[in-house]
Design a protein around this ligand. Structure first.
Ligand SMILES: NC(=O)c1ccc[n+]([C@@H]2O[C@H](COP(=O)([O-])OP(=O)(O)OC[C@H]3O[C@@H](n4cnc5c(N)ncnc54)[C@H](OP(=O)(O)O)[C@@H]3O)[C@@H](O)[C@H]2O)c1
Length: 329
């Protein structure tokens, strides 16, 4: 049985990936966590084939102790927590260490290179996307042998509709409001289960996934489509309200929008980071190959509406990310 080391395994993205890898006993999984006593770590430890290793995945000695015997790596580094600069360092270092330890296949969880897609216009700078994407560019410049590599470029988790994108309820009008600085643009979202299924596909099919940057999405929706899907599924009134970035950053999810994303001197502020994200969605810069995604995963969830119906979405807030709300670290 092959062993897969997962970086970020206890997170919102990592848990479904580990479940997908271990569901039929095909893979054994090693996951590094800073605290094996958390509910996430315990849940994983109870899955068949999962070994939880206590340590810091951004620490060379922990990685050196954990890599021997590992066949494949899936790395979702946490740039939101460690900052853009450290994410670039650790993404590249994880690749290098994987080569050193004879890993056969390195799968890197990336995000679109918002700055580059936007021709490096400063209004599209998104530290937590650009950091990962620079690592993806480094990996893409490496040979596909002796270690295969695959990049899985994702987007906003669809589950964020219960957290980052949760609608507000206005009781006077009995209406759920998606107030977003999206204009007539599109917000791309991927369900965490389908993201996990694509990651599993990359590991199951290295001859097809080696050297591939697979861009995964469920649907990229307009604000009006989002509100319409919500109304159709729940029977509740809903509207999309196009708000300015100034208005958006007054939401309680951003207690201090002018704080830096990390303590590193190169760090941009929360306001700048998430303005870049919304600007790139507003201008519909991120593109997807739906035909390829259908071919790889014919059973994929095809729309936001389908996901809402399947999951019994209510528009109520549900915790998703360990680090939400965003705060200076
Ligand atoms: N939110 C989205 O829609 C979205 C979409 C695509 C990609 N992403 C990216 O996913 C990454 C975050 O992963 P996630 O979404 O799974 O987040 P999460 O649910 O908040 O999980 C955080 C993960 O990071 C690990 N971690 C290691 N060192 C950490 C540190 N010093 N501080 C905080 N956490 C640390 C945690 O491990 P332990 O706590 O167990 O040590 C845990 O596995 C970010 O890079 C983000 O840009 C997010």
């Amino acid at each position: 049985m092959e062993t897969v080391l997962i970086i970020g395994g206890t997170g919102a993205q990592g848990i479904p990936v580990i479940k997908a890898l271990t569901s039929d006993g095909k893979y054994a999984v090693r996951v590094i966590t800073r605290n094996a006593a958390t509910s996430e770590a315990k849940l994983l430890a109870d899955l068949p084939g999962v070994t939880v290793v206590e340590g810091d995945c951004y620490d060379e000695s922990t990685l050196r102790n954990t890599l021997p015997g590992v066949d494949r790596v899936f790395a979702n580094t946490n740039g939101l927590a460690i900052g853009e600069m450290a994410e670039i360092y650790w993404g590249i270092r994880l690749y290098e260490l994987s080569r050193e330890f004879g890993v056969k296949h390195f799968v890197y969880a990336s995000l679109p290179y918002a700055s580059k897609i936007g021709n490096f216009n400063d209004k599209y700078r998104v530290g937590h996307c650009d950091g990962k994407a620079r690592v993806a560019e480094y990996i893409s410049a490496q040979p596909t042998s002796p270690m295969a590599w695959t990049i899985v470029t994702s987007c906003l988790y669809m589950e964020s509709l219960s957290e980052f994108l949760v609608p507000t309820y206005e009781p006077n009008d009995d209406v759920h409001v998606f107030a977003l600085p999206l204009g007539q643009g599109r917000c791309p979202m991927i369900t965490l289960d389908d993201n996990a299924a694509y990651v599993r596909w990359t590991l199951d099919n290295p001859s097809q996934s080696n050297g591939l940057n697979l861009k995964v999405v469920t649907e990229n929706v307009t604000g009006d489509e989002l509100a319409a899907a919500f109304s159709k599924v729940t029977g509740k009134k809903s509207v999309y309200r196009d708000v300015s970035l100034e208005e958006y950053f007054r939401l309680p999810i951003f207690p201090d929008p002018d704080a830096k994303m990390s303590s590193n001197p190169t760090s941009i502020t929360v306001r700048k980071n998430f303005s870049g994200l919304w600007n790139s969605w507003k201008d519909d810069l991120w593109k997807w190959d739906y035909q390829l995604l259908d071919r790889i995963l014919p059973t994929r969830t095809k729309s936001t509406e389908e996901w809402m119906a399947k999951t019994g979405y209510t528009g109520k807030a549900v915790p998703l990310l360990k680090d939400f709300i965003f705060a200076d670290k």
